[in-house]
Each structure stands twice: as structure tokens, then as C-alpha cells.
Write a protein that binds this ligand. Structure first.
Ligand code: SDX
Length: 431
């Protein structure tokens, strides 16, 4: 944090309080209010944290107005074009682009941690076959703390490193097995001769009855989806992981909490909700009805896959994913798929509708990721698990950064209390 002499003065009720102002390397200045309650006896009020910096970080920077996303300073469009997911994992975890030797060593370590403890299969088998894969992921990832107890001591740097690699390496196996279990097919084990994205696709779509060849264009598209979802500053699920970790809970339990938060339709669940919305719309001629519903203040309906808390002009990830969507649809010859026809028409209508232009609502990352995953043959229930497996490296990187921060303390917000003031208990016979 910059050494600052600048202050902001807060004045009210005839009092004034000087609060330190810090300048970042990029983005808005921050006003340090940590001593405000002690000095002024007041809290700040910011439900949803729209104006609150919860921490300092060096991992990811987002400029919502410019539609800019940097990972350790590198722009997402360059990473999507020139890098690949495991290299981006290294960048997020360690802060720099690896040498060829470092990358090879990292990929070797991840590759050799992709198997699950054989007994963990019983966790999957305890679920109903129609359990949502996210429910299975929350359960199995939380249970990892019982199987990998030798990497739960967060005060031990080596154990933190091992837990990080295990989580990144095993998440595709967990997601793929959740899918296999839901369709009644046998689990497919990871292969060490496949890259990360290819391994995941094979574990999802291979069957023991025949060889499975991964289509390199689909593998590249999957790798790009994983790269584009890897980290995103202090979003809801990352903030959940940070808050859970601030109590000293083990990394597996904290990542399970992040998965639970990501599941929500306003967050990572939007890709599933978007495709289900497209199915509900059904045909392009019904789009105006849904656009009107999205504008109706009395209707809670939102156009899923549109809008963003931070990006107010464009989601840079969506721009890259849109290119992948076009490649995959063309490859699979599904550009006449009615669902995808509705998606293309909806995008066109929304981008030209004054309401959406004025509210700065545009297709976000979830709009296009859902389209690609649908075209690849994933059921909508697997969309958010793919997001969760990608975001694991972001959660883990932010967790490592927080644990190593000497300022790290338990997160404990306060409130604006509007309930009853002190009153005496009333015996039941007197009520
Ligand atoms: C992700 O934070 C992250 O970084 C998240 C994420 C990541 O990588 O971690 O980027 C991943 O979660 C992407 C967002 C996925 N969610 C969706 O696609 C769900 C649909 N989108 C909305 O729920 C909404 O846009 C949010 C939740 C994404 C953002 O909500 P905000 O910023 O809190 O905006 P808001 O709800 O205050 O809405 C502002 C206005 C409102 O109108 P007014 O009350 O001002 O009149 O815009 C309207 C809203 O009604 N609005 C929408 C809309 N989104 C906002 N109207 C119709 N359809 C929408 N999708």
C-alpha cells in the first residue's frame, strides 16, 4: 500500500475526522475507515459492498468502465489468445509467467494429483442420481478435509502449497465424476498423458466400451472457458472464500463455501439459468415478451447472462468467448440449433434496446459460456460445475494471498440495527 500523507475529512454533527487515503497502482483511491468507529462511534453502511474495498490484492485488476481485466498485469484477451489454463494458474498462484522448466514442473505436479482417494467414490454414491452436480461438489470438496488431512494446517506454507495443487488438480475429476454419477455411467479415471482440458472432457464423455478421442478444437475451447473464468477480483464467491478463511478454517472447507456461493443464479449459476431462460423463450418470436418482462419493475425476472456489477460497458471475457462460441458452433454444425438461434437473436435485440443500453446491460461471460457448453453436449446442470472448477485457482490464489497477509484478521462486519429496543419478557399467560 502506498505511503500516503493524503487524508479525507468526514464532518458531521459539528465534528471532523481525518481518514487516511491510499492510492493504488490502478483503480480508485481508497479511504481507510478502520479507525472510524473508534474515533467517531459510527459505522459505514454499504449493503452489497458496492463502494467497499474488502482487502488489498495484487492478483487481478478490473476496470468496469473500460472493460479491462488484468491477471498480474496481463490483459485477459492476450492470455486467452497466447497462454493456456495451467500457465494462467501458475501466474495467478505465483505472480509471474513461468519459464518453460517451471511450467513443465508445475504441470507435472498438477497432473500427478488428479486422482481422488479411492474411498471418496462412496461420497458420490451416497447422493441420489438426480442430485445437482453442484450439491455433490460442495459435499465432496468439503469432505476432502477428511481425506487430505495432511494439507489442512494453514500455518504451514508447504501444506498450503500441497492443498492448492490438490484442489486445482482434483476439481476436474470431482466435476466429471459428479456428471458421470448423474447419468449412471462409470467413473472415468484421469490420464497423465492428456492436458488439463482434454483430461476433463475425456472424463466427462468417454465410456469404457470404446476409445475416446478428444477433439482439439473442443479442448481448446474448454481451455479458453477455464482461462476466462479463472479469477475475477473480489466477486461474491471469492469474498466468501476469504471470509470463511479469515476464521482459520481449512482450505477444503473454505473452497466448498465458495462453490456454494457460486451456485447462485445471480453469480456462477447464471450460465445454467441463461440456458434455461433460452429454453423457456423457445423461439425468437417470443423474445419481445421476455424483454418486456425484464423491463417490468414489478416482475422479478432478469435477463440471465446479461449485466454485471462491475462491468458497465462490456465484459472483456464475453468478447473472447463469443469468438469461441462461433468456432464451436461452426465445428459442431449446430448453428441451426433453435436454442442457439434464440441466443443470437436475443443478443441482437438486447444490444439495441434503449433500456438495456441505458442500464448498460450486455451479454456477460455466462451468456456465451452457456452456449458453448450446451453445444459441447453438457447438460445445463454441469455449467456451473465447469465455472467452479475454473474458479478454484482464483479462490486458492486469493486464499493464499490472504493467509500470507500479516494484516489478516477475522472478518466481522457490523450492522444498521432496526429491530426492537430493550423490552422485558412477557409470560405466556399475559400475552
Ligand atoms: C458473474 O462479480 C463478478 O465478478 C461475478 C462474475 C465473476 O466472474 O465472478 O463476473 C460472474 O456472476 C457474472 C454475472 C452473472 N449473473 C447474471 O447474468 C444474472 C443476471 N444479471 C443480474 O442479476 C445483475 O446484472 C447482476 C447481479 C449481475 C448485477 O447486479 P447489480 O450490479 O447489483 O445491478 P442491479 O441488480 O442493481 O441492477 C441495476 C439495474 C436495475 O434496474 P433499476 O433498479 O436501477 O431500475 O439494472 C437492472 C436492475 O433491474 N438489471 C437488469 C439486469 N441486471 C440488472 N434488468 C434486466 N436483466 C438483467 N440481467
Amino acid at each position: 500500500m502506498s505511503d500516503t500523507k493524503r487524508t479525507a475529512t468526514l464532518s458531521f454533527d459539528g465534528q471532523s475526522f481525518d481518514l487516511p487515503v491510499y492510492s493504488p497502482t490502478a483503480g480508485p483511491d481508497v479511504i481507510d475507515i478502520r479507525k472510524l468507529y473508534g474515533q467517531a462511534g459510527v459505522f459505514t453502511y454499504d449493503p452489497g459492498f458496492t463502494s467497499t474495498a474488502s482487502c488489498d490484492s495484487t492478483i487481478t485488476f478490473i476496470d468496469g468502465d473500460k472493460g479491462e481485466l488484468l491477471h498480474r498485469g496481463y490483459p485477459i484477451d492476450q492470455l486467452a489468445e497466447k497462454s493456456h489454463y495451467l500457465e494462467v494458474c501458475f501466474l495467478l498462484l505465483y505472480g509471474y509467467l513461468p519459464t518453460a522448466t517451471e511450467l513443465e514442473d508445475f504441470e507435472e505436479r498438477v497432473t500427478h494429483h488428479t486422482m481422488l482417494h479411492e474411498q471418496m467414490q462412496y461420497f458420490f454414491r451416497g447422493f441420489r442420481r438426480d442430485a445437482h452436480p453442484m450439491a455433490i461438489m460442495v459435499g465432496v470438496v468439503g469432505a476432502m478435509s477428511a481425506f487430505y488431512h495432511d494439507s489442512t494446517d494453514i500455518t504451514d506454507e508447504w501444506q498450503r502449497e500441497v492443498a492448492s495443487i490438490r484442489l486445482i488438480a482434483k476439481m476436474p475429476t470431482i466435476a466429471a465424476w459428479a456428471y458421470k454419477y448423474s447419468i449412471g455411467q462409470p467413473f472415468v479415471y484421469p490420464r497423465n498423458d492428456l492436458d488439463y482440458a482434454s483430461n476433463f472432457l475425456r472424463m466427462c464423455f468417454a465410456v469404457p466400451a470404446e476409445e475416446y478421442e478428444v477433439n482439439p478444437i473442443l479442448a481448446r475451447a474448454m481451455d479458453r472457458i477455464l482461462t476466462l473464468h479463472a479469477d475475477h477480483e473480489q466477486n461474491a464467491s471469492t469474498s466468501t472464500v476469504r471470509l470463511a478463511s479469515s476464521s482459520g478454517a481449512n482450505p477444503f472447507a473454505c473452497i466448498a463455501a465458495g462453490i456454494a456461493c457460486l451456485w447462485g443464479p445471480a453469480h456462477g449459476g447464471a450460465n445454467q439459468a441463461c440456458l434455461e431462460m433460452l429454453k423457456e423463450i423457445g423461439t425468437p418470436d417470443r423474445i419481445p415478451e421476455f424483454i418486456d418482462r425484464a423491463k417490468d419493475k414489478d416482475d422479478p425476472f432478469r435477463l440471465m447472462g446479461f449485466g454485471h456489477r462491475v462491468y458497465k460497458n462490456t465484459d472483456p471475457r464475453a468478447k473472447v468467448l463469443k469468438q469461441s462460441a462461433d468456432e464451436v458452433l461452426e465445428l459442431l454444425g449446430v448453428d441451426n440449433n433453435p436454442l442457439l438461434q434464440v441466443a443470437k437473436e436475443l443478443e441482437k435485440v438486447a444490444l439495441n434496446d434503449p433500456y438495456f443500453v441505458e442500464k448498460k446491460l450486455f451479454p456477460n461471460v455466462d451468456f456465451y459460456s452457456g452456449i458453448i457448453l450446451e453445444a459441447m453436449g453438457f447438460p445445463t446442470s454441469m455449467f456451473t460445475p465447469v465455472f467452479a472448477l475454473s474458479r478454484t485457482v482464483g479462490w486458492v490464489s486469493q486464499w493464499k494471498e490472504m493467509i500470507a497477509d500479516p494484516q489478516n484478521k477475522i472478518g466481522r462486519p457490523r450492522q444498521l440495527y432496526l429491530g426492537e429496543t430493550l423490552r422485558d419478557y412477557v409470560d405466556i399467560e399475559d400475552r
